[in-house]
Ligand binder design. Structure first.
Ligand SMILES: NC(=O)c1ccc[n+]([C@@H]2O[C@H](COP(=O)([O-])OP(=O)(O)OC[C@H]3O[C@@H](n4cnc5c(N)ncnc54)[C@H](O)[C@@H]3O)[C@@H](O)[C@H]2O)c1
Length: 72
């Protein structure tokens, strides 16, 4: 499966992009700084959430490494 990275994934544009990408057959690895509590938008979809700050290099590395590990 091809994997897409979506940043700010719990915001308006990020969520819409992630839903469109999963609908197009991609797996999505998404990052946002907020807790995903109560967010059911991605239930049942090939979606992995990582809570992290994109301003932090270690978080960005974790995001890319997770996507690479899941990709084809
Ligand atoms: N160019 C344009 O025409 C246009 C139009 C609309 C929005 N935008 C921009 O696109 C971006 C997204 O818009 P939106 O409406 O989805 O905003 P939004 O506020 O709904 O979502 C942004 C998300 O990014 C997350 N976020 C912020 N800082 C972060 C960080 N350091 N690390 C990880 N996650 C972080 C927030 O928690 C939030 O969930 C904004 O920057 C907005 O200004 C541009």
């Amino acid at each position: 499966m091809k994997i897409a990275i979506v940043t700010g994934v719990l915001g308006g544009i990020g969520k819409a992009c992630a839903q469109a990408l999963t609908g197009a057959g991609y797996g999505v690895v998404g990052m946002d700084v907020v807790e995903p509590a109560g967010n059911k938008a991605f239930e049942g979809l090939p979606f992995t959430y990582i809570k992290g700050d994109l301003a932090d290099g270690a978080c960005r590395e974790q995001l890319v490494e997770t996507a690479l590990a899941q990709g084809e």
